[in-house]
Design a protein around this ligand. Structure first.
Ligand SMILES: Nc1ncnc2c1ncn2[C@@H]1O[C@H](COP(=O)(O)OP(=O)(O)OP(=O)(O)O)[C@@H](O)[C@H]1O
Length: 214
């Protein structure tokens, strides 16, 4: 069997004096959408931060196709999108400027047509030139999610991605997640609420629980 796209083995993570997980293991295969479950404060966001190199585990490592990230260099960190609670948008810039900035930082060129398609799918065309400062929470979330479509990356790490979205936004995001996995990408997401019924979720894994392999 080929190595998982993303995996952790014998993984222990602490936050201050708090042990979040001990010798935990998890696998995210190419083409899979996996729900990372767990109670408030159990450590899901901390785990995403450890995967993306923002926190150091006490023990174990994160593996990308079998290669330890600690030894893999920076190039491997361009393999994923990490969408956080805070949307990571520049408030003074417009929706379009934010989308193009995200693409430029990732060295991806985006055609006008492709940008237009993404704006349409997220129902942001009428807000394309509006500064993010003037958007509602749900509109900010939509603007933040544009990068998923504009910048191709194999692994999506999505922390509460459905928060603040209305039904149409949730539907569209689920469609993007499905399509990403159909094309061989992987998604690991958190959600405390039910997600749209058409989202194809392969497994649920509970953070920190033994046997949480996906
Ligand atoms: N910056 C920080 N410094 C110290 N402890 C922190 C910090 N951020 C979070 N924690 C603690 O780490 C633990 C895990 O928090 P984390 O945000 O990873 O949980 P979570 O599972 O994502 O929670 P939620 O479902 O509420 O989003 C919590 O007990 C929290 O108090």
């Amino acid at each position: 069997m080929s190595p998982a796209a993303l995996s952790v083995d014998n993984f222990s993570l602490m936050r201050g004096q708090l042990l979040l997980c001990h010798q935990w293991q998890m696998r995210l295969q190419a083409g899979q959408c996996v729900h990372l479950a767990g109670a408030n404060g159990c450590g899901k966001t901390s785990f995403f931060q450890a995967v993306t190199g923002l926190l150091q585990p006490e023990q174990g490592d994160v593996y990308w196709h079998g290669q330890a990230l600690a030894k893999a260099g920076n190039a491997v960190r361009r393999q994923w999108h990490y969408c956080t609670h805070d949307n990571a948008l520049k408030e003074a810039l417009s929706v379009t400027e934010n989308a193009l900035l995200a693409a430029r930082l990732c060295r991806v060129s985006v055609t006008d047509n492709f940008l237009e398609e993404a704006l349409q799918e997220m129902q942001l065309v009428f807000l394309a030139d509006t500064p993010v400062l003037q958007l509602s929470q749900g509109q900010k979330r939509r603007a933040s999610l544009l990068r998923l479509k504009l910048v191709p990356r194999p692994v999506w790490l999505l922390d509460e991605p459905f928060n603040a979205l209305d039904e149409a936004g949730r539907h569209q995001l689920a469609h993007w997640m499905n399509r990403h996995c159909e094309k061989g990408g992987s998604v690991l997401f958190t959600s405390h609420f039910a997600w749209p019924g058409h989202l194809k979720v392969n497994h649920q894994v509970v953070f920190g629980k033994p046997g949480g392999e996906a």
